[in-house]
Design a protein. Structure first.
Length: 557
């Protein structure tokens, strides 16, 4: 039967369950029937077989780059989901098994049952979809963060593949204990136990950590086999020159509970189905020549955690100024690593919340308070995940903005996350790349002071906003940011804080007849002290003000 993966959490804000798949040559397999031609590349000849050996590892944010920790940790995994709810994951038992490689032409790479009779590997699992060797034994990743466990193998024929199919599978009835918890699947694919703290929504991390009132749940879900395919960042070829490759499936458990009503999950089939959907959506695959990317972000104002409608002192060019935050979100795109190994583009993994986008040329992520502060429930997106070529890199770089090809698409038909209307200016001008809204002198004059960065000088010959530009915008206003990747790999995060950007601005004042604050206009005097601090040259009233280097982002604990 498919093997169990048991997770016992750590005190880490974010993390991944990583399963490493080794493709190893296992000897010759014979194709003896016409019905097996597709599985053997259509040649009808005897082809060498491949074994996909799977391991499991529990990894938090500090080991999300596949660097195993030697420290034994036996505490729950503590994290905050998208709405700020604090969760401690006590048990996360999932029956996840690799099934097959998926050929780029749509055909499957699995071998027919008859073919397995000719293979010394035999059948690994108690169903017909998986062919290979059985797991070595039970796997309990509560033992140590970074400890690896053998999950068995699958076999495939030489060919070019574009994805890996895995499954969530119910396990037969067993009896097991993990402390006071029932740690058996008992006919289900999933067994989770978690404690949650209802009063933590909307609080800072420090205040949320001080909350003690909590409730605990345990539930099982998944009584049927569920297959899903994880796409490769690049096609994978198995042939005579490359008989051995490695694959890693990453399950991002910090996304499992997004949108779940924790108070209903124990007995509600809808909530349990949503949990299963989240687990499927929170997975991606890493190829042998790649590394896993897991980066956390944070929002701050003047060094304090940024929260909706909070007031921050000493922001701007006067020590007595205060600023009330009412929105903070931004797009980043075309992420890549840079170092002695050259430049490696990052391929972003899809997310259930739709806040990341990837195509053959570009990627885009919307980060921050992604639904703004005016909604009943404040939702954040503060992490990216994906893959990049393995190598030696010391910088992670990205653009603050959206590539021209994606920026000027009708927001009504644009793919997520470019379809967020609150981040759109017009079809002609495109999107707000950065949106920081607030009120200066919050206890007095209450002066609206907004920072909206976007492209200007966009024309289409007609001047109509309802059509895209016919050429590149004169002032793209897309800034590149490069940060210390070594620190990020060690578990630090990227913090966005506008305090330095606003350091020469009077947030209590706005020039008459101009937009509130700075909205990237080249005739707006408020922008003269701001745009250069975003790492951009700024043409103000015919004079070019040179970039002062970006001062919005930095790396911190």
């Amino acid at each position: 039967m498919p093997h169990s993966i048991r997770i016992r959490s750590l005190h880490l804000i974010q993390g991944n369950l990583i399963m490493k798949t080794h493709q190893l040559l296992n000897g010759a397999l014979a194709c003896t029937a016409i019905g097996l031609l597709a599985a053997c590349g259509g040649t009808g000849s005897r082809e060498a077989g491949y074994e996909a050996r799977v391991e499991a590892i529990a990894a938090g944010a500090k080991t999300g780059h596949m660097t195993a920790s030697t420290e034994l940790v036996h505490e729950p995994k503590a994290f905050r989901r998208a709405d700020g709810l604090r969760i401690e994951l006590e048990l996360g038992l999932i029956n996840l098994a690799p099934v097959e490689l998926v050929a780029c032409n749509g055909a499957s790479a699995k071998l027919d049952t008859l073919l397995t009779q000719l293979s010394p590997l035999g059948t690994a699992y108690a169903h017909s979809d998986h062919i290979g060797t059985p797991p070595a034994g039970p796997v309990d990743t509560a033992a140590a963060d970074g400890e690896r466990f053998d999950l068995g193998a699958i076999v495939a024929e030489p060919g070019t593949y574009c994805g890996l199919t895995v499954e969530l599978a119910p396990e037969a009835a067993t009896v097991a204990k993990h402390g006071d918890l029932d740690a058996d699947l008992n006919g289900y694919a999933l067994n989770v136990a978690a404690c949650y703290y209802p009063a933590t929504v909307g609080l800072s991390d420090a205040d949320a950590a001080a909350v003690t009132e909590h409730q605990c749940i345990q539930t099982r879900a998944g009584t049927t086999y569920r297959h899903f395919t994880l796409p490769f960042a690049q096609p994978l070829t198995l042939n005579e020159q490359q008989r051995s490759v490695e694959l890693t499936v990453v399950s991002r458990y910090e996304e499992w509970f997004d949108g779940i009503d924790m108070s209903l999950i124990e007995g509600d089939a809808i909530q349990q189905a949503r949990l299963m959907d989240n687990i499927v959506a929170a997975a991606h695959v890493v190829e042998a020549t790649q590394q896993n990317i897991a980066v956390a972000f944070g929002l701050a104002v003047g060094g304090e955690q940024a929260l909706c409608n909070s007031v921050y002192q000493g922001i701007g060019n006067g020590a007595q100024q205060d600023y009330e935050l009412t929105d903070f979100r931004f797009y980043i795109s075309d992420l890549h690593l840079h170092g002695t190994s050259g430049t490696a583009p990052i391929t972003l993994a899809a997310k259930a919340n739709g806040m990341s986008y990837q195509d053959e040329m570009h990627n885009v992520a919307l980060l921050g308070l992604v639904q703004g502060c005016s909604t009943t429930e404040v939702i954040s997106n503060l992490s990216i995940a994906g893959t990049a070529a393995a190598g030696e890199y010391d910088e992670l770089c990205f653009n603050v903005g959206i590539p021209f090809e994606l920026n000027h698409i009708d927001v009504a038909t644009a793919a997520a996350p470019m379809n967020v209307t609150a981040m759109a200016w017009s079809w002609l001008s495109g999107h707000k790349f950065l949106r920081i809204d607030g009120v200066g002198d919050a206890d007095g004059a209450r002066n609206n002071y907004f920072l909206h960065l976007g492209s200007t000088g966009c024309t289409n010959g007609s001047g109509a906003n309802g059509a895209p530009p016919d050429a590149a915008c004169y002032y793209p206003n897309v800034a590149e940011v490069c940060l210390d990747y070594t620190a990020l790999k060690a578990g630090q995060r990227i913090v966005a804080d506008p305090a330095e950007v606003f350091s020469e601005s009077d947030l209590t004042y706005n020039t008459d007849g101009t937009a509130a604050g700075c909205m990237s206009g080249n005739s707006d005097p408020e922008c003269a002290a701001i745009i250069p601090k975003l790492g951009l040259d700024f043409n103000y009233a015919g004079t070019t003000l040179p970039s002062e280097g970006q001062q919005l982002f930095y790396v911190a604990e």
